[in-house]
Design a protein around this ligand. Structure first.
Ligand SMILES: [Zn+2]
Length: 421
């Protein structure tokens, strides 16, 4: 039994070479039953959804989003990252649960329209896992936990347990719940350790914002800078005081490693302020990395050493971050930014938004390429004319508006309205 049969002049499976006049057949279980050339399957006209002048790809995997922030499009730049963080908090405090849910639904739909079929999302409203479940989406929803003062440990853990207990109801085969101890400037050492132990017991994967800003580096390493000043004003003991070892951590990566947070189940978001020792540490712990080049640039964090992260063998995917950092949400533009950073070819770059991102979030057995047995998550994009041998370069030039259709598990979730002639 077939759920969908899609045909186009080109199919790019990512896991193998492009297929001319290709067909992807998805079974009623939502998984890919077969992929190959139309001739191979004897597909006749009318037996498939035919997309002339188009290219079929695996749905894109966005390794980092905050879809609950949909609508906060690109806040005006602030002098300092900490001030921007404070503004986001103030805006969130004014949003009702119903508004968060509406924002999350819109965000998921915008992802579908832009060719994204899976998101690795962090947030604390709980709205994104609900929206993904309702709309038949796919993704990881990492529920954020905060508490920079060690005295907040019990309160933060109790809230996390309660909320995770509620949100679990939305989890299923396509939507998974995870936990995100937010960042070194919002989470105490004891809370990091407690969340990590509890998540391991419960089987929840982790996501952490790590080594993003210079202010975070200052807070962790030298105990000064804007985050450190804000902590001191609130009576929060410095990381130097919280550190278990006699010496202060040498970097944010070192800090989280000491606390046991870095494991193969951990997604490290940003990883900009990292040196060779940090990269070796991340690699030895087997973490995944979400790389957000345009967000990093927008906030003046600098650029992550993408080429070095990839050369080390780390699992790396590209993410958009939130629209409050860069709008509109556009993973195609993010991939092009990543390409110019690491100097990769089109094939390697496309992996960062498909199979590589799937691997970074632990889902490479399920999604990220078009292969029999994987979920039928695929997109159809405009093809048109391109020079011979330049198929993947054409793919990387894709604009958001060039996505014609998006399928999740073989179910159509987006179709571009027909153009009025
Ligand atoms: Zn983020």
């Amino acid at each position: 039994m077939t759920s969908c049969r899609v045909r186009a002049p080109w199919v790019v499976p990512v896991a193998g070479p492009p297929i001319a006049d290709g067909v992807v057949i998805v079974g009623t279980d939502g998984r890919i039953a077969a992929i190959g050339s139309a001739g191979q399957f004897g597909v006749e006209e009318g037996q498939s959804q035919n997309f002339p002048e188009a290219i079929i790809l695996p749905g894109l995997v966005n390794a980092h989003t905050h879809l609950e922030l949909t609508g906060f499009d690109e806040l005006a730049p602030e002098d300092e990252f900490p001030a921007w963080i404070r503004r986001i908090r103030a805006l969130k405090a004014d949003r009702t649960p119903a508004e968060f849910l509406a924002a999350a639904r819109l965000g998921v739909k915008q992802c579908f329209a832009g060719g994204i079929t899976t998101v690795a999302d962090t947030g604390d409203s709980g709205s994104v896992i609900q929206a993904l479940a309702e709309l038949g989406g796919s993704g990881m929803a990492y529920h954020e936990v905060f508490g920079p003062h060690p005295d907040q440990l019990k309160e933060s853990m109790a809230a996390l347990r309660d909320r995770a207990g509620e949100l679990r109801a939305f989890a299923g085969s396509r939507v998974r719940l995870g936990v995100s101890p937010h960042a070194p400037y919002t989470v105490s050492g004891p809370l990091y350790s407690a969340v990590t132990r509890w998540s391991e017991d419960m089987g929840y994967p982790l996501a952490v914002h790590l080594a993003e800003s210079w202010a975070e580096q200052q807070l962790v390493v030298s105990g000064d800078g804007p985050f450190a000043e804000a902590w001191a004003a609130r009576g929060i003991p410095s990381i130097r005081k919280q550190a278990l070892a006699p010496a202060p951590p040498r970097s944010p990566v070192d800090w989280l490693d000491r606390l046991g947070v870095l494991t193969p189940q951990t997604l490290c978001i940003h990883a900009v302020q990292v040196d060779r020792k940090d990269i070796a540490c991340l690699r030895s712990r087997g973490v995944g990395v979400a790389h957000c080049p345009r967000s990093n640039r927008r906030h003046g964090h600098g650029s992550a050493p993408l080429a070095e992260l990839l050369q080390s063998g780390l699992r790396v995917g590209v993410g958009t971050d939130s629209v409050a950092s860069v709008a509109p949400l556009d993973l195609w533009a993010e991939l092009r930014a990543a390409q110019s950073l690491a100097g990769q070819n089109a094939e390697e770059t496309l992996r960062l938004g498909t199979l590589g991102a799937a691997a970074a979030i632990g889902l490479s057995e399920e999604i990220g390429s078009l292969e029999p047995g994987k979920w039928g998550d695929l997109i159809v994009i405009d093809g048109g004319d391109f020079p011979q041998g330049a198929l993947l370069d054409r793919v990387l030039e894709t604009k958001r508006q060039e996505v014609q259709a998006t399928f999740v598990g073989g179910r159509e979730v987006f179709r571009r309205p027909a153009r009025v002639p």
